[in-house]
Design a protein around this ligand. Sequence first.
Ligand SMILES: [Zn+2]
Length: 345
Amino acid sequence: MKAVFFTAHGGNDVLTFGERPDPVPGAGEVLVRIEAAALNRLDLFVRDGIPGVPVAFPHVPGADGTGVVEALGTGVKGPAPGSRVVLQPGLSCGTCEFCVAGERSLCVSFRILGEHVPGTFAEKIAVPHANVYPAPRRLSPEKAAAFPLVGLTAWRMLVTRAALRPGETVLVHGVGSGVSTFAVQIAKLCGASRVFVTSSSEEKRARARELGADEAIDYTTADVGKAIRELTGKRGVDVVVDSVGAATWRHSLTAAAKKGRIVTCGATSGPNPEEEIRIIFWKQLTILGSTMGTDSEFAAMLAAVDAGRLEPVVDTVFPLADARKAYERMASGAGFGKIVLKMNG
Ligand SMILES: [Zn+2]
């Protein structure tokens, strides 16, 4: 099969487009012929090499994918070959105390497609049957590839961890990332009364408003924390979605209302922000971590996508052979929504 892979960590020059052996589905696995895959920031980190996370070279990256079931391993009853499916990118052991409690992403040996095991930037992949879900019929392969990881991440952050309620207010930093485009939509779906976003790009601010954001702040000309306080009559917002980290953390603390919740799922600008503990205890804030999600969260998010209540946002589509261009686009930060790789394009 054709695949993108690398045999050493490094920059984009380590990415190779070439032949890899077809995977064979083992017991309990499903072989999927991938139609489209999508990039995540995780793929940049995996290419660079993540300390403490060794990969087996040659390594095929990619967490998100959609395609058609080609064959079933022993003991698997479905879905039938020919079915269109999307992949839940989180892999878990199924037996630890967290798995038994249904908390897949808390598994003591939690792994992600394309990070710890071969991923979706290939014409075929074999995955556990529990990771295979029906693809929404209304979506093209490009759109069906563009939501599993970020949709699941944003859903758990807002619905489960922050427990967003109707009428509350939300700030989403750095709109344009896959997680942020879903966070805006999920916040509105939950009944948020006002959703604020930030971006340095006028085009991204305009597109975020089209997605449902009520107000968009240019963080290059405004102090975001102060701007939120002014826009909310000094009250602040109930929930802050922060996947940016070092560059935004102090603004998150300032923007949060008394008893507000700050949810973090990433630190794209750096993991060690300047902290201000006095703000946390004085405002009685709750700081919530979140990583991907459970099967029931995935099913709920998928149902909302299926029903057209959430719309995957595709930035650009590249043929698999042009994966380096897709990685460059991801690294540039210029995109709005997901960067997709098409297998037979
Ligand atoms: Zn487990």
